[in-house]
Design a protein around this ligand. Sequence first.
Ligand code: HEC
Length: 123
Amino acid sequence: MKKSILFSGTAIAAILVAVVLSAFAPHSGKGDQDVAKPIPDNVMAIFQNSCAKCHTQGGSGAALANVNFTKWESYDSAKQAKKATAICKTIQAGKMPPKSFINKNPNAVLTDAQKTIICSWAK
Ligand code: HEC
């Protein structure tokens, strides 16, 4: 009798410890904003068409120093957020893609719809 009380006491204590530990265990989701993320396909398709020539591996050195889409997934979340904001600002201002590039590649011009897609992703 005494033994079984002792045993169930131990069992309950073990369960309590397990519950408490799981409550404090780090969860994988730190909250979506903190986690570095790949660029969604619809946004990447625009970058592929209008930006990739300079801003992916093998592109222009000066462009890559600012944004390298090939290495995007190795940027941490803070860097991604900063770059995304810069991208939105730059395209809204009409600075990217550069005029000289657009002259030779008219289909690289960003439409208003594409700018909206990029900037809502950037947020
Ligand atoms: C013809 C090559 C070329 C293309 C195409 C191009 N860029 Fe750039 N980009 C550059 C170069 C070179 C720089 C660095 C020199 C500078 O700031 O002008 C740069 C700089 C940037 C910067 C950082 C400077 C800033 O103005 O904030 C951002 C952000 C950027 N590009 C985004 C884009 C995006 C987004 C696209 C596509 C919509 C794009 N670029 C297309 C060459 C290019």
